[in-house]
Design a protein around this ligand. Structure first.
Ligand code: ATP
Ligand code: ATP
Ligand code: MG
Ligand code: MG
Lengths: 265, 265
């Protein structure tokens, strides 16, 4: 199972939209997909029209009460299951402060889960706290959604520092697979300049031993497209809601860049 | 001094852009403005071209080492001072878990500060953790930047619940002054529907004793405008960078809605 963490501590750059629609693209191409929501806002399940009830086990119980993943898992669509979040997770940062091995709790739960998925995607909150660290420890790959604005660059450095620390101290297999430009407005000068800066930065890391030394700036960019925002309001992925839109095309193309055996749309 | 917290746990909705440019609009209208950055990302100072150095005291030292605000304050422009954040603040959530009275640390520091400002704006991170709670405890007013997307509504309920709790338990003067639609694309159906839902929700609260019972949905909306994203990349507010843009006009209009004695542009 490929284990991919979807991470960026900058808010609102498309992490959840990417986890949901990339996951849906993988599933449509025949991959079995496990989604994990690590964001207390709990929006990931809503992208599929699934409202999490209080009685249902969530990722919070997995992390704090040793609930097995199998007890928290929900079937969303053909080929897609999810371990949803709920608002209790908001307290996890504080609650886990004194728990020994708090960075490996998720990895233990996933390793114990006997699922036969082809790929797991973990949606992270906009922070580099204990939840995001759990994702970095549990995964081999990181995909970074990024909005080509000034602060996109600012945050990237800090994020990569954290990836490096986790790799050095806890998870030697961790690598950055790539950066995907989201909410992209290619016609703006700002986007062009920021994209260029990211490209140069990645080129400069080639051949080094940094965990991003072979990270791609994905050719596919996820263009700004209102259908992507609308689809979640109907509890649908963009493939259900607007299958011919740029949003659907872009995520299908991104899926093909991530899995060699997925055909371009 | 009016004390206004700029809050929304949803990421990337325009909290920092609003704190910076609304603050600048107030200052241009002659108000003395104190900005406080509670976001570990530390972007607020960058909107004014100020890079925080490690040796400089920041809001982190104010909260954890009883550094007086006067020692951490930086002069940004005429009429604008800031207590900047730095990345150490990322650890504050965990560090403050066991500190007694951790929700009132900021209020104590502000009450002890003898400044003669007319208005204080506090920029919050995308979470409802201890930093945001400190802002709610320190302020009398809340302004909520909100993107008229599906998740804008989702998060609002949770945010208002938190405001209610803080009001009931710690800060009886707390009120929601208003909600400002940011990154607004008025021509989209999604924005129209979400705006209507927010409007109905606020109407339904009139005459109740909820702290949002007289919250306005500001008439001014901050329209999507690339100048607002570009200005920060030059270390400028939109009033320096593009004073004739819609971005500048919108924040000037918002300032006039918030202070009766500020003239409309
Ligand atoms: N390409 C796009 N075009 C238009 N709207 C988009 C696009 N991608 C995401 N959105 C919308 O922008 C908002 C923010 O996206 P999203 O919630 O995926 O970001 P996020 O990084 O997960 O945010 P957070 O940091 O709060 O977790 C959502 O309302 C979403 O529907
Ligand atoms: N009205 C607007 N039009 C175009 N771009 C905007 C607008 N408002 C903000 N932006 C840009 O959108 C991005 C997100 O805005 P901002 O950083 O202010 O949000 P935030 O709520 O403070 O995010 P976070 O949750 O990460 O703190 C920034 O790159 C900013 O420059
Ligand atoms: Mg998200
Ligand atoms: Mg911000």
């Amino acid at each position: 199972m490929r284990r991919i963490a979807i991470i960026n501590q900058k808010g609102g750059v498309g992490k959840t939209t990417t986890t949901a629609n990339l996951g849906a693209a993988f599933a449509r191409a025949g991959k079995r997909v496990l989604l994990v929501d690590l964001d207390p806002q709990g929006h990931l399940a809503l992208h599929f029209g699934h409202e999490v009830s209080q009685e249902q086990s969530s990722i919070y119980d997995v992390l704090t009460a040793s609930t097995p993943i199998a007890d928290a898992i929900v079937n969303l669509r053909k080929n897609i299951t999810i371990v949803p979040a709920d608002i209790d997770l908001a307290g996890a940062e504080a609650e886990l402060v004194t728990v020994m091995g708090r960075e490996v709790l998720l990895r233990e739960a996933i390793d114990a889960y006997g699922g036969n998925d082809d790929v797991m995607l973990i949606d992270c909150p906009p922070s580099l706290g204990v939840l995001t660290i759990n994702a970095l420890v549990s995964c081999d790959e990181v995909v970074i959604p990024l909005q080509a604005h000034f602060f996109g660059l600012q945050g990237l450095g800090k994020l990569l520092e954290t990836v490096m620390l986790v790799k050095q101290r806890i998870n030697p297999k961790l690598r950055v697979t790539g950066i995907v430009l989201c909410m992209h407005e290619a016609s703006t000068r700002l986007a062009t300049e920021v994209t260029e800066d990211i490209s140069k930065f990645l080129d400069g890391a080639r051949g080094t031993d940094a965990p991003w030394s072979d990270a791609k700036l994905f050719e596919t960019t996820i263009r700004r497209n209102i259908k992507l925002a609308e689809s979640s309001s109907f509890g649908q992925t963009v493939f259900d809601y607007a299958p011919k839109s740029n949003g659907a095309l872009d995520y299908a193309n991104l899926a093909a860049e991530i899995f060699e055996d997925i055909e371009k749309p």
